[in-house]
Design a protein around this ligand. Structure first.
Ligand SMILES: CC(C)(COP(=O)(O)OP(=O)(O)OC[C@H]1O[C@@H](n2cnc3c(N)ncnc32)[C@H](O)[C@@H]1OP(=O)(O)O)[C@@H](O)C(=O)NCCC(=O)NCCS
Length: 370
């Protein structure tokens, strides 16, 4: 019998998904349950399953979020928790779910479904599967074994996050976001909920702030990995205090036991990577254009603003997988990987279109979990 692919029908099916994820992934059932139970925006329509012989045998979760690109908001579907029972692997079930989610996202109409892009983080073995589902890998990320350089001690006091710090942390994140060509827009509910689900699902996490003159200048979250090394989850400094990130990293380095370099994967050009040997990072982000009409709708004002008027009017139309640009003396189609690369890393060296898609090194905070 052909498997049935659909969103879950209710709590009982969600419990079966928790069982499945708990048995397939090392994080354990509680990690997955806390995330969905504590996210007040969670809707059952975002948990997809394949059902065979009345049993849930494969599941994938869709985490909706917004990213900013050139100052406008794009609706993005974060795809995660993709799992098939070992007994049912290799039969196309995970692919069938990804394809069904894509069709659902392509539906025009309600704003809730108007997803422009999808993003996932692929385990190496699953990359071919995601490529078949229309996802592309883009060059990104810098791996650094971080150790303090020299003996300079940045003038910050590092201490644990206190209850009253959260508005300052949100403000620091927002001020960095406005400097990034692309980044995750976090609504207030995200902060409140994410703090609860990371506490519940990833116990043992540590949150630090760096302060200067009584003001919070940066923050860093980490937890201890099973290998005894500190795993930095997120580090953000106020744009006016770039050295705050260094002070925070120094503190984690000290706590880890000096001599034990911190493994960090950072966006290209990140201040903490400067002056240190870096390798291409193990970043596993893969992106896909899921709804060209929604994408064109969102970024059209940015393209119009960036267009050089002397070239005459620019027309932008959605086409399968991307967009078609047309102006009096030329035209160009950008789709799939080409379009994603243009948006995320820019079209430097392309005299006509580099103004529309400027060079853009860090596209989405690597240490920023959706
Ligand atoms: C990855 C996974 C969800 C694939 O599910 P599936 O229903 O077997 O997927 P499909 O039948 O649609 O596609 C099979 C493809 O999955 C990929 N794959 C990844 N890990 C695999 C595994 N352990 N066994 C079989 N296929 C795997 C392969 O690319 C395979 O393609 P191939 O058959 O050409 O080699 C499943 O193997 C699984 O649950 N793995 C453990 C959890 C995991 O790694 N999830 C992905 C996190 S990013």
């Amino acid at each position: 019998m052909d498997p049935l692919v659909r969103p879950i029908g209710g709590r009982e099916e969600l419990e079966q998904c928790f069982d499945l994820w708990g048995s397939v992934f090392g994080e354990g059932r509680r990690f997955f349950q806390s995330r969905l139970d504590l996210d007040r925006t969670y809707s059952p329509a975002t948990t997809w399953v394949a059902v065979a012989d009345g049993e849930i045998v494969s599941a994938a979760q869709l985490f909706p979020f917004e990213a900013q690109w050139g100052g406008v908001a794009l609706r993005v579907a974060g795809i995660g928790s993709v799992a098939t029972r070992p007994t049912h692997r290799g039969r196309g079930l995970a692919l069938a779910i990804l394809n069904a989610q894509r069709r659902w996202m392509e539906e025009a109409g309600s704003a809730r479904k108007g997803f422009a892009l999808a993003l996932l983080f692929a385990a190496p073995r699953a990359e071919p599967l995601y490529a078949r589902a229309g996802f592309h890998r883009l060059p990104f990320g810098t791996a650094v074994a971080w150790e303090p350089v020299g003996w300079g001690h940045p003038p910050y006091r590092v201490r644990p996050v206190a209850e009253g710090d959260w508005p300052a942390l949100r403000a620091i994140y927002a001020s960095q976001l406005s400097h990034l060509p692309m980044g995750h827009i976090r609504p207030p509910a995200f902060w409140a909920d994410a703090i609860r689900w990371t506490d519940a699902g990833e116990p043992g996490g540590v949150r630090l702030v760096a302060e200067s003159g009584g003001e919070v200048a940066g923050y860093l979250f980490y937890r201890w990995g099973e290998d005894g090394r500190a795993r930095v989850l997120e580090v953000v400094a106020h744009p006016g205090h770039p050295r705050a990130a260094e002070a925070l990293a120094q503190e984690v380095y000290r706590r880890a036991g000096a001599g034990r370099a911190l493994p960090l994967t950072l966006p290209v050009g990140h201040g903490l990577a400067r002056g240190r040997p870096a390798e291409p990072g193990p970043d596993r982000a893969m992106w896909s254009v899921v709804n060209p009409a929604a994408l064109v709708r969102a970024i059209h004002p940015v393209l119009q603003r960036r267009w050089v008027e002397e070239r005459g009017p620019l027309e932008v139309a959605a086409v399968p997988g991307g967009m078609h640009l047309r102006w009096p003396s030329g035209e160009r189609t950008l789709a799939g990987q080409n379009l994603l690369a243009a948006m995320m890393t820019g079209l430097e060296g392309d005299p006509l279109l580099q103004g529309l898609f400027p060079f853009a090194p860090p596209y989405l905070w690597s240490l920023d979990h959706f």
